[in-house]
Ligand binder design. Structure first.
Ligand code: PLP
Length: 431
């Protein structure tokens, strides 16, 4: 059977991305993904941040094939395995030690949202307090604890929780900022309990590519320390090099108490999530936060191969070089279409083009798909077109993707485009 009928008949209405990219995909390599008819699409969505090293990266694939070929362990609950040992050793050697970080590693479960749940549970257990502060337009996952922290109104019935407080996020791109006054006011209010923790993204991957500046993050870390609240950085989407360094908070110099990592950690698209804890926070009882899928050995194997990219600073430097190309391109598209685009914002290889009207953002993504580029909208108003090409994209692919995007924005908004009334007059059409 071909076509999309079986999906439409059988798959739940909850399906999402497939509605905007109505092709059936079958192969992928690097920054390219191909549908079942062999049509080539440039993938600037990269699995929402899962594919930082591109599709089917050859070293990762070779490691995985070798591992499977040898009848090695695939599933192991949380038993000790050679694959897990190697992952922990390489993670310490390539990531933690060079950065002077002494985190303990909790394998919380396969999904990002579970890493967040573990962080929340631990913060509440450690501090013996309940409230967790999060920020407007932030996103932390779809399980109920994480969803309660999501900074969007109306997540749906039953997802609100009295244990979460959402405060204004910083914006380092010229928008209004409240600094941390709202949090300071909350902390000064003697009628309220001090929160257990604060959870923050340094760049909001789902929330419209809004970015927090270093000084805001530093102030936040200071407030947390002074009030004995745990600082949780949700690096699920922005970690693993998306903003340049391995951890997105490195640029600000803060040292979070807890870090949630997932998405590109396995490097190959296999589910893997971690909750990293400062050693003194590791007060878990054995089995207290348990789960079946906490020993995803094939994911450990590809993660080890992916961590090879981080043996020295070369990969980070290359990413920063590419991110300049991306930033330059995104900014020039924004300028060219300033009639339609309010601003370009982002960091590293994570950029957003903010449209004045959500409808234009949607139209641009639809046109881009038809021209062979996968990009999606995000943000509270879904007015932001998000660009997250794999970090391993070639310069040519980045330029090509930007060119497709440029032509996907309705041409009437291009700078110097003839005003609609004039077009109508010259062509005799109605506006
Ligand atoms: N946190 C952030 C910042 C995310 O971007 C996401 C997913 O997009 C999650 C948590 C949830 O991860 P998952 O979808 O794997 O549960």
């Amino acid at each position: 059977m071909s076509g999309t009928k079986v999906f439409e008949d059988l798959e739940s209405e909850v399906r999402n991305y497939c509605r905007h990219w109505p092709a059936v995909f079958s192969r992928a390599k690097g920054s390219h993904i191909y549908d079942e008819h062999g049509r080539d699409y440039l993938d600037f969505f990269a699995g929402a941040g899962v594919l930082n090293y591109g599709h089917n990266e050859p070293h990762l694939k070779a490691a995985l094939l070798r591992y499977l070929q040898d009848d090695s362990i695939v599933h192991s609950l949380d038993m000790y395995t050679t694959a897990k040992r190697q992952f922990l050793e390489v993670f310490q050697q390539n990531i933690l030690s060079p950065r002077g970080l002494d985190y303990k590693v909790q394998f919380s479960g396969p999904a990002g949202t579970i890493a967040v749940e573990a962080a929340l549970k631990l913060a509440r257990k450690f501090t013996r307090r309940r409230t967790v502060v999060s920020f407007t337009t932030g996103f932390h996952g779809m399980t109920l604890g994480a969803l309660a922290l999501t900074g969007y109104a109306a997540n749906g019935p039953g997802t609100q929780s009295g244990d979460a407080v959402v405060l204004p996020y910083d914006q380092d791109h010229g928008g209004t900022t409240h600094g941390l006054l709202p949090l300071e006011h909350l902390l000064q209010d003697a009628s309220l309990d001090i929160p257990a923790a604060v959870i923050v993204e340094t760049v909001q991957g789902e929330g419209g590519m809004r970015t927090a500046c270093a000084s805001w993050l530093q102030d936040l870390a200071r407030l947390c320390k002074n009030h004995e609240m745990l600082l949780i950085v949700d690096d699920i989407q922005m970690g693993c090099g998306r903003t340049g360094p391995f951890f997105s908070f490195e640029q600000s110099g803060i040292y979070p108490d807890i870090v949630c990592l997932s998405k590109s950690l396995s490097g190959y698209g296999l589910p893997l999530a971690l909750t990293l804890l400062r050693p003194e926070l590791d007060i878990w009882e054995p089995g207290e936060h348990s789960g079946t899928f906490r020993g995803p050995n094939p994911a450990f194997v590809t993660a080890v191969a992916a961590l090879d990219f981080w043996q020295d600073e070369t990969f980070e430097k290359e990413t920063l070089g590419k991110s300049q190309l991306l930033e330059h391109g995104v900014r020039s598209v924004a300028l060219e279409y300033e009639d339609a685009v309010a601003e370009a914002r982002g960091r590293g290889m994570a950029w957003g083009i903010v449209f004045r009207e959500p409808e234009l953002a949607r139209q641009t993504c639809t046109n881009a798909f038809e021209r062979g580029l996968l990009v999606e909208t995000n943000g509270f108003r879904r007015d932001v077109v998000k660009l997250m090409p794999p970090l391993t994209s070639t310069d040519e692919d980045i330029v090509m993707g930007l060119d497709i995007l440029r032509h996907a924005i309705p041409a009437r908004h291009r700078k110097g485009a003839m005003p609609k009334t004039l077009v109508a007059k010259r062509t005799g059409t109605q506006t």
